[in-house]
Design a binder for this molecule. Structure first.
Ligand code: PXP
Length: 243
């Protein structure tokens, strides 16, 4: 059976860099390490407040990556103009509120049809595959098809935020039904948000999902798995200073 693909979101590597506006950690190096480890694509979210990913990051990634770049962006004219210039493989349109910690819900395609239809059309005309980040709701999937999206990403945040047990199982059923609806309508169906090492298994087992997009938990895990070597390296340098 075909395994689900993994798109690695590296926003939070840039979060660490932007906390002090240092040149490190280098985003392209992080992306290349993720690809060497098996990432099938790289995702970045260029937020309107530029809190992590910067315009130049997207340009550099586009010039150097050997896997598809999935650019998450709000449905605004300036973001679309940037995407048209850079031409990533995918544009994933997401809702965006400035004050939110992370993307809180799916895009409301039902009530913003015309705006999102135009965004999909502009992306496709620039050779970019348009993807819509939506909740696991039939009406949103139908609207996504109607506005011309070729890909949807099902929001798994509600599943991730729900405690293990019957409630989480209901969320899983909703996602399974949404995946089936999307695939039946001819869409490529991805999923993501809030997935981590404890909750990903049931989602990854849903056969028709093309790709999972995972970021925060991977970067958090990397901090722990990389800490031993990072401390050893600093210790080695300072130990050698007075010899
Ligand atoms: N998919 C979308 C559309 C997102 O906006 C995000 C977060 O930027 C993710 C996936 C990744 O979510 P997480 O960082 O929780 O894995």
């Amino acid at each position: 059976m075909k395994a689900v693909l993994l798109g690695v979101n590296i926003d939070h590597v840039a979060t660490i860099r932007q906390l002090r506006v240092t040149p490190y950690p280098d985003l392209l190096t992080a992306a290349q390490m993720a690809v060497a480890a098996g990432a099938d694509s790289i995702t970045v979210h260029l937020r309107e407040d530029r809190r992590h990913i910067q315009d130049q990051d997207v340009i550099i990634l586009m010039q150097s990556l050997t896997v598809p770049l999935n650019l998450e962006l709000a449905v605004t004219d300036s973001m679309l103009a940037f995407a048209e210039k850079v031409r990533p493989a995918y544009c994933c349109f997401v809702p965006e509120k400035r004050e939110e910690l992370t993307t809180e819900g799916g895009l409301d395609v039902v009530t913003n049809r015309e705006k999102i239809r135009i965004a999909c059309e502009r992306a496709e005309q620039a050779g970019i595959r348009a993807s819509l980040f939506i909740d696991a709701e039939a009406a949103q999937i139908e609207a996504a098809v109607a506005v011309g999206a070729r890909t949807i990403e099902i929001h798994t945040g509600h599943y991730a935020d729900t405690e293990k047990g019957p409630a989480q199982n209901n969320e899983l059923i909703r996602i399974r039904q949404a995946v089936a609806l999307g695939v039946a309508a001819g869409l490529q169906v991805n999923a993501g948000h809030g997935l981590n090492y404890n909750n990903v298994l049931a989602i990854a087992a849903l056969e028709d999902i093309h790709e999972l997009n995972i970021g925060h938990s991977i970067v958090a895990q990397a901090v722990l798995t990389g800490l031993t070597g990072a401390v050893q390296e600093m210790k080695r340098i300072i130990a050698g200073a007075r010899q």
